[in-house]
Design a protein around this ligand. Structure first.
Ligand SMILES: O=P(O)(O)OC[C@H]1O[C@H](O[C@H]2O[C@H](CO)[C@@H](O)[C@H](O)[C@H]2O)[C@H](O)[C@@H](O)[C@@H]1O
Length: 397
């Protein structure tokens, strides 16, 4: 990736913003009744009752509503009283088949360390669902102190970055570790060390600033020009979803999350209608699906995968054959990072999931507690191999 040769903003040349195909809708259908949706990027001319009166026909429901449902698999029920034995068996059988292709990185730890022999591991960690368990209230997605200790210890041995959909500030508030690198807003807000190499240093979206400790750093914000638009959309979304019980709209600086986890399933189409309807007036914004969340973000060619490449370059690790990047994440947006690693044949992704999912990751872990165990195992292995190397060096002397 070379941004130096092209100093334009990484905005997609053909954004195809919110086309019907992008929404998964056939060409003869608009997401919501056109008469009901009169938005412009500078103002909103629609009241909630109008949206609620909009027709939600089958085709509409089979479009983004299906995506909303598909991206929100139910949490696995462990209580056998609630689901039948045969269902439990079916689910387990599907998982057991899936895990053959995406083995547990705890059970296949020897394969991973074999790969990592004589290499420097670079760790990339997603936050929600990876370092902290998924909870109903996004404001309460705290990380346990045991997990914090495991990440801190890992960062002592491997360059470690958090790449999250949340704003940098918010994820830093949760993680509270200054020894890490942070990429917020799905990688659209990166604070990285000052580079010796110039390939990003003089990019117009990359400025020099100081971090919380007063240290000089580079701040890379490829979507900076979208800030006023994102704020406008954030305010409008709060307003138009106001009547839908359980909706939560979260400002993540360069993107907005619209959560429907606590919304009655019957109302999900109305959440979708509000979001996709509003965005008809903002062709430079698009929606991606997360775990019971619609994420509104700029149509720019930037994602968590690009953020991984950017950080590897910033840390001057991208040209080295002896670096093994490992990315751990649970969400659809993490797939961009898994894909980058898979396609470059450098390192690999680990998907955090206890249900079978289509993925570009190579390994899996069931939940954040297994992530914690994996990080601790990596550190134990690293300490052991380092002490062995030191022993050999001592014998030679
Ligand atoms: O990239 P991530 O760090 O995984 O962030 C993705 C989104 O995570 C958060 O939402 C998710 O976790 C919440 C807390 O467990 C949960 O309530 C919600 O349903 C999940 O979608 C966060 O609130 C979003 O802003 C992030 O974009």
């Amino acid at each position: 990736m070379d941004l130096k040769s092209n100093h334009s903003s990484p905005v997609l040349t053909d954004p195809a913003p919110l086309s019907k195909s992008r929404l998964g809708l056939p060409s003869n259908i608009t997401p919501c009744s056109p008469a009901a949706l009169l938005y412009s990027s500078s103002g909103l001319y629609l009241t909630i009752p109008e949206i609620l009166n909009g027709k939600h026909d089958d085709v509409l429901v089979n479009g983004w509503l299906d995506s909303m449902i598909a991206s929100s698999p139910p949490r696995k029920k462990l209580n056998k009283d609630i689901i039948s034995e045969s269902q439990v068996d079916d689910n387990d059988a599907a998982y057991q088949t899936w895990i053959i292709n995406y083995p547990s990185s705890l059970n296949s730890f020897h394969l991973i360390t074999n790969d990592a022999k004589c290499k420097m591991i670079a760790l990339f960690l997603d936050y929600d669902g990876t370092l902290s368990p998924i909870v109903d209230n996004p404001d309460l997605a705290f990380m346990s102190s045991a997990m914090r200790a495991a990440v801190k210890e890992a960062a002592n041995y491997f360059p470690t970055a958090i790449i999250s959909g949340r704003s940098c500030d918010k994820v830093h508030e949760f993680v509270k570790l200054s020894e890490l690198y942070y990429a917020g807003s799905h990688g659209m807000d990166i604070m990285s060390p000052i580079r010796v190499s110039e390939s990003f240093g003089d990019h117009p979206d990359c400025i020099k600033t100081t971090d919380r400790k007063g240290k000089e750093v580079h701040l890379f914000q490829p979507a900076r020009e979208f800030l006023p638009m994102i704020n406008e959309v954030y305010k409008s979304l709060i307003e138009i979803t106001n009547n839908i019980v359980g909706v939560k709209v979260e400002n993540n600086k360069f993107c907005v999350s619209v959560h429907y986890r606590n919304v009655d399933k019957k109302m999900w189409d109305q959440v979708g209608c509000c979001v996709f309807g509003l965005l008809k007036g903002f062709p430079r914004l698009r929606v991606t699906h997360g775990r019971k969340v619609l994420e509104v973000r700029p149509v720019i060619d930037w994602n968590k995968g690009k953020a991984v490449q950017f950080l590897l370059e910033s840390l001057q690790l991208s040209q080295r054959d002896d670096v093994l990047p490992i990315y751990i994440g649970d969400d659809r947006t993490d797939e961009d990072a898994f894909k980058v690693l898979r396609e470059s044949s450098r390192g690999f992704g680990i998907l955090v999931s206890n249900v079978p999912k289509e993925t570009n990751a190579s390994y899996s872990l069931r939940d954040p507690s297994e992530v914690q165990e994996f990080l601790k195992s990596l550190v134990r292995w690293k300490k052991f191999t380092t002490s062995q190397t030191e022993d050999i060096a001592t014998i030679k002397i």
